[in-house]
Each structure stands twice: as C-alpha cells, then as structure tokens.
Design a protein around this ligand. Structure first.
Ligand SMILES: Cc1cc2nc3c(=O)[nH]c(=O)nc-3n(C[C@H](O)[C@H](O)[C@H](O)COP(=O)(O)OP(=O)(O)OC[C@H]3O[C@@H](n4cnc5c(N)ncnc54)[C@H](O)[C@@H]3O)c2cc1C
Length: 246
C-alpha cells in the first residue's frame, strides 16, 4: 500500500530523523518509557509544553513495507546527550505503535518527524487546569515542569488501574492531582470531577487531551461550566476508541 502520509510530509518539507532505542523502563505493566538517541533531532529541538513528534512505526497489517505515523510527547529532552524519552501507554487493543513499543529492544531504530505547534499560556495566567487520560500524562507533566511558581496546576486524569499512583507525576507544593475512576462512558466521570472541584476564576487556562469522547465531555465543562473563551482553553483528540488510522 502506498504510504501517502509520507508523501504529503515530503511535499511539506518535513524531515524524518532516525531515532534509536537506548533504554527501556516499565514504570507500570501498562506504561513504558523508552529513551531514544537522536543527536541531530535533540539539538535542534525547541522544547515547549506538550511538544510532540510523529513516530513512524511498521504496520504490517496495512502492507509489508507500510509504516504508520502516531503522535507521542517529548519527555526529558537532553540536547547535550542527544537523547529524549517517549512514554507509551501499552494498551491491550492491538495497534502498530503500541505493538512496536511492547516489542522494542535496545538498538531498534525507527524514524520520527517533528510537529512544531506551540501553545502559549496567556500572559498573567494564575491557574492551569489540566485534564485527560493517561496518554495526556507526558504533556501534563511537561506543562507543570514549564510553568513558574506563580501558576498553580489542577490535574484531573481519568484512569481506573490500581497502579495509577506509580505513574510519573510532576508534583509541586500547591498543585492538586485527582485520579478519576471511569464510568462506562469515557470522560463522564472526568467531567463530573471537574464540575465538582473547579469553579470559575480570573486568569484560568484549561488544557485537555486524550480519547475523543473523553475530550468532548471535558470541552463542555471548559466552555459551559468554566465559561472559558477560545484563548483560555485548548483541547485535542489524541486517539479514537475503536479506530486505527492508516
Ligand atoms: C499530539 C499527540 C501526543 C500524544 N502523546 C502520547 C504519549 O506521549 N503517550 C501515549 O501513550 N500516547 C500518546 N498519544 C496517543 C497515541 O498516539 C495514540 O494512542 C495512538 O492511537 C496509538 O497508536 P497505536 O498504533 O498503538 O494504536 P492505533 O492503531 O491508533 O489504534 C488501534 C486500537 O487501539 C485503540 N487505542 C489506541 N490508543 C489507545 C490507548 N491509549 N488506550 C486504549 N486503546 C487505545 C484504538 O482505539 C484502536 O481500537 C498522543 C497523540 C497525539 C496526537
């Protein structure tokens, strides 16, 4: 099958970079941190909260040579060492990126492309509301690592696993972290938790990412309950339940 996505990116002049696995750490049985060496890529990176890349992973179900792109968030970029980490949710339903991460060994090499889409926190923000599922955790941590002491963070993550406390969390005094156990409908419990615990205040900014239905629920809270206008909120679908892109 023709890899049209690679063609589009070539036309847009988006370069691919080889990235090589140098270490693998399982933080929980479902959450794996992989360190990559990519000196050229790491040195040219403008690191900002939520910065992510497109990883090209083999997708044999779509064809022998087919590679598919999937988004992952930069963690712990070290320009001097020429390395960065990606944190993978090892989800049960098969998918090329999850499968690749489950089988990865040190020395494996794939390609990655940069996606510079910077989100800026409005000047004077005092409260940052961060919501999502575990795929959003690397981005949530990147926000907290970046904002100064004058901004307090309220984190809400929907996940029902017993070991969720072992997931990496950028803790600072004054911030709050709430783990929300899901109901049958993604995002419903998360939206309820936000409604119950967060109220409108001046200088708020809200960010959310994760599964599509979950993000839709949260977006309603940002707009209707918190009354946030366009420049005061940002949300993004990271993946869609039951859908595997080409
Ligand atoms: C900007 C951006 C940043 C992202 N950052 C990260 C990150 O840092 N870490 C991370 O783990 N993910 C991240 N994601 C999400 C990740 O790209 C998706 O989860 C992706 O769909 C995984 O690809 P796959 O090939 O494993 O599965 P796919 O081929 O996309 O899907 C196969 C099946 O698995 C299901 N599925 C996909 N993801 C999940 C999941 N997380 N849990 C349960 N079922 C799932 C799908 O619904 C489908 O049924 C990010 C996405 C974007 C757009």
């Amino acid at each position: 099958m023709v890899n049209w996505q690679r063609g589009v990116m070539r036309v847009m002049n988006i370069a691919n970079h080889a990235v090589t696995v140098t270490s693998i750490v399982d933080l929980t049985p479902r959450y794996r941190r992989i360190r990559f060496s990519a000196p050229e890529l790491a040195q040219q990176l403008d690191v900002f909260p939520t910065a992510w890349l497109r990883l090209w992973v083999p997708n044999p179900e779509r064809g022998e040579q087919h590679v598919s792109q999937r988004g992952y968030t930069f963690v712990g970029v070290d320009a001097d060492a020429g390395t960065f980490d990606l944190e993978f949710v090892l989800h049960e339903t098969r998918g090329p990126a999850g499968d690749w991460a489950k089988q990865a060994v040190v020395g494996d090499s794939v390609e990655a492309a940069l996606t510079p889409a910077k989100i800026a926190l409005p000047e004077g923000t005092r409260e940052l509301i961060l919501a999502g599922d575990v795929t959003a955790l690397p981005a949530i941590n990147s926000w907290i690592a970046d904002v100064g002491e004058g901004v307090s963070a309220r984190v809400f993550i929907e996940d029902g696993h017993d070991d969720r406390d072992q997931l990496p969390a950028e803790r600072r005094p004054g911030d709050t972290w709430d783990w929300v156990t899901p109901t049958d409908t993604r995002g419903e419990a998360l939206a309820d938790a936000l409604r119950a615990n967060v109220s409108q205040s001046a200088r708020q900014f809200a960010w959310a990412a994760g599964e599509k239905t979950l993000v839709k629920h949260v977006r309603h809270v940002f707009k209707d309950h918190l009354g946030l206008l366009r420049g005061q909120r940002f949300s993004q679908f990271y993946w869609i339940e039951g859908h595997s892109p080409s």
